[in-house]
Design a protein around this ligand. Sequence first.
Ligand SMILES: [Cu+2]
Length: 137
Amino acid sequence: MNKSKQMIIRALVVIVIISGIFIPLTAKSRRMKSVHIIEILAKDMMFNQTNPTIYLKPGTKVRLILHNEDPGMEHDLVIEALNLKTAIIKEGETAILEFTVPKDGKFAYICSLHPRMMKGFFMVSNQQPDRQTASLK
Ligand SMILES: [Cu+2]
């Protein structure tokens, strides 16, 4: 093997090592940036006071953070159609659901302990703007 071939091989090895380090990093930071955070406060037997409709696009990565600030009450958040549920939490506790929005549709979210009073909807569509009507307080 002559010297120039050795140098080419060495350069290729360096490129492989560098891309092996950086590609996973950039992919990871892109993933983290695109997570859509939804904060929901369970209080006075409601989610965010109004059980808001939350608009999402299919494929959105969601981190749903449920806080319970309802004295003496336990709550959870269940999306039956997507087979998702938080733990049942007490006042002062927080539960997190992470999921990828799968498809177009209208999906109810409820508190399984108070499904009549605590019920809202996720509207999933590419037509809707990617906005969140839910506000924390
Ligand atoms: Cu409840």
